[in-house]
Design a protein around this ligand. Structure first.
Ligand code: SAM
Length: 251
């Protein structure tokens, strides 16, 4: 029997090469979207908020596999992943983005307008409030959760309670995909021991900043457990990038 946890790449450099090679052999993004991503990397101190181009490609592939036409995004930053969903669903599809920060949403709006993207609408405010207020004419085919990590369990609970079988005001359609980013947090959620150098570094940062216990990690663990155990969901935790949870709403 094959071991399901093989150490394939003994050195970081090999892992990097393999990742580059894999991205080169994955579908291409339109040039203007790659340039938008490069602009974020070059100009923003917080550029690490945005997904990588390789992860973006995987999301396009996933959305198209699911035949998604209507996407809900929770946490939009400067709009790069929203532009990816827009590309994935095509001009006849729609993207609704929930973003807390009006400055980010303003930049996202103007960048997407500059790219000629017309099917993305941002709603500004805490996502927990927006999730109560929105009422899409067609339920979403896919939701991408990428906002504050401590909010993930609450977002899942709101999405499920507002997508009840038989309801005429569902947020998610039966069979919709629930995709959530950063669910492993550099592996710390799965291995918080000192054997994980990221866990050690995180603990030191937390001590320095005097915020003690990292509530994000506990919330992500709670979210992953709920995705895996809820009978309404079939889950797949993909250990790529920072950990991506993919779930399918069964009812
Ligand atoms: C990791 S970034 C999103 C990156 C984006 N999905 C991308 O890949 O380009 C997280 C975003 O969530 C937003 N955010 C944080 N807390 C939020 C909340 N309570 N409600 C809505 N958005 C929130 C932040 O302002 C930030 O823009």
């Amino acid at each position: 029997m094959k071991d399901s946890a093989p150490v394939l790449y003994p050195k970081e450099q090999v892992g990097r090469k393999v990742t580059e090679y894999s991205e080169d052999h994955t579908l291409s993004l339109p040039k203007e979207l790659s340039e938008f991503h490069a602009w974020i990397l070059e100009t923003q101190e917080t550029a690490n908020y945005t997904i990588s181009t390789f992860q973006a490609k995987s999301l396009v592939w996933l959305a198209r596999l699911a035949g998604a036409k209507h996407v809900l995004e929770i946490g939009c930053y400067l709009g790069f992943s929203a532009s990816i969903w827009s590309y994935a669903v095509g001009p006849s599809g729609t993207v609704t983005g929930l973003e807390f920060d009006p400055e980010y949403a303003k930049i996202a709006d103007s960048k997407l307008a500059g790219l000629g993207i017309k099917n993305v609408q941002f709603k500004i405010g805490p996502a927990a409030d927006s999730l109560k207020a929105i009422s899409p004419s067609t339920p979403y085919d896919l939701v991408f959760i990428d906002a504050d990590k401590s909010g993930y369990p609450g977002y899942l609970s709101a999405l499920l309670s507002r997508s009840q079988p038989g309801s005429t005001d569902r947020l998610l359609r039966p069979g919709a995909l629930i995709v959530a980013d950063n669910v492993l947090r550099r592996g710390i959620v799965a291995d918080p021991s000192d054997a994980n150098p990221h866990a050690k570094a995180q603990a030191q940062r937390a001590l320095k900043a005097h915020y003690g216990k990292d509530t994000d990690l506990a919330a992500l663990d709670e979210f992953n457990k709920e995705m895996a155990s809820n009978k309404r969901i079939e889950s797949w935790l993909v250990p790529l990038w920072d950990g991506v949870m993919v779930g399918r709403l069964l009812d």
